[in-house]
Design a binder for this molecule. Structure first.
Ligand code: ADP
Ligand code: MG
Length: 392
């Protein structure tokens, strides 16, 4: 049920030993990139808006060594299959996890990095496909290890853009920049307040006695992929209609709540709800940063609750399992805030829980959720962690 978060150093050492067994030599580097959890600001990133994620301790590690035969090789502990391609050939998309590796190599090449042939071994304790961004942590750790082997380091902010290109263009997932960015620049004890348009960011300290608790609903409804694309298209349609009234706005992020109140009547009901979520959610991020800075926990809790309701009722990306997890969480003592996190239709909730209440929270929420749905939730306990780093 509760997954203990493994110490990073031990993971890297074990991975190095396994690397030796598979490839017959030790790795030259081991890089780690964290998963992430978004505290507030959902479906705002692709609307040029604000987000407030934190890197978590759950991470992907990639061990790598140079090789002499012009090949890029990779394996993962988490998935079957392997990468084995000639580095200077055109890579074909396989629609498997291996696309994340070849996609990152291709995006780095396109950026002008002179890559060298390398063997890679991947291990992760970020749950795959649960909304904690195993994909971005894989991309960032692969990118970091390839660059270290090539002795061509790049800043994490630059790498985030390259990895996003890899996911958008080579894997074919139309994600925003948030996941890769926070995996790159995350900092222990802090959330990252990021402006997804300018990519300016600030660290916002989280209280030391509060844990980030992620409850995995253990469901991923099959509509998720298609609905994500549909929401993006609806946001664009809403923007186009609003621009007829507000010609200066470039994205939904530029529409103030006052302007929206004046212009919402020009939108059909569905688009009005979608736009209302995005515009109000951007405001909630700004207000959450202020609440955190002034230690106003009651306000932060209200904002997280309002975010969940808006995602459920206006953006319509929640599901009964996430709603239950939030309902159970909010009834527990020591909970500052609870909401769904990530794209929706399953995956995880994020909960800010006082350290002394975490054990009780975990047991109560797990028992109630399993009683109602028959599924035992995985519950991950973390604090905000550092971003991308070379460990060995
Ligand atoms: P999320 O990023 O929320 O975990 P995604 O669907 O975006 O979910 O990414 C999950 C996919 O990323 C997996 O299905 C797999 O293809 C790939 N992936 C992530 N981590 C690993 C890993 N450690 N080993 C192999 N593939 C991985
Ligand atoms: Mg992902």
């Amino acid at each position: 049920m509760a997954n203990a978060v493994t110490a990073g150093g031990a993971q890297a050492e074990q991975l190095a030993a396994q690397f030796r067994q598979i490839y017959g030599c030790g790795p030259a580097v081991v890089c780690r990139a964290p998963g992430r959890v978004n505290l507030i600001g959902e479906h705002t990133d692709y609307n040029g808006g604000f987000v407030l994620p934190a890197a978590i301790r759950l991470s992907t590690w990639v061990a790598a060594a140079p090789r002499q035969d012009g090949v890029l090789a990779a394996r993962s502990d988490e998935m079957p299959g392997a990468v084995h391609v000639r580095l200077h050939d055109r890579f074909e998309r396989s629609h498997l996890w291996t696309d994340y590796v070849t996609g990152v190599a291709q995006a780095l090449r396109q950026f002008g990095v002179p890559l060298g042939a390398a063997s890679l071994l991947v291990r992760s304790d970020v749950p795959l496909g649960a909304g904690l961004s195993s994909s971005a942590s894989l991309e960032m750790a692969v990118a970091c290890s390839l660059l270290e082997v090539a002795q061509h380091p790049l800043p994490p902010e630059t790498l985030a853009g390259i990895c996003r290109t890899a996911e958008n263009e080579y894997v074919g997932a139309s994600c925003g920049i948030m996941d890769q960015f926070v995996a790159g620049v995350g900092r222990e004890g802090c959330a990252v307040f990021l402006d997804c348009r300018s990519l300016r960011y600030e660290y916002v300290p989280l209280p030391a006695d509060v844990c980030l608790v992620m409850c995995n609903s253990m469901v991923k409804h099959s509509v998720a992929g298609g609905e994500y694309g549909r929401r993006r298209a609806q946001c664009e349609e809403a923007l186009a209609l609003l621009r007829a009234e507000l010609p200066d706005v470039e994205s939904l992020r530029d529409v103030t709540p006052e302007q929206f109140a004046r212009c919402e009547r020009f939108l059909p009901e569905l688009l009005r709800k979608r736009a209302r979520h995005v515009i109000a959610e951007n405001e909630r991020v700004l207000q959450s940063v202020a609440a955190l800075r002034s230690a106003d926990w009651a306000r932060l809790g209200e904002l997280m609750q309002a975010s969940h309701q808006s995602l459920r009722d206006d953006f319509e990306v929640s599901c009964p399992e996430l709603d239950l997890l939030v309902e159970y969480a909010r009834a527990q003592p020591g909970v500052l805030g609870a909401r769904m996190t990530g794209g929706g239709f399953g995956g995880c909730t994020v909960n800010l829980v006082r350290s002394e209440s975490v054990a009780r929270f975990r047991d109560a929420v797990a028992r109630q959720y399993e009683g109602a749905t028959g599924r035992a939730p995985a519950i991950y306990i973390s604090q905000a962690a550092d971003g991308l780093q070379r460990v060995i």
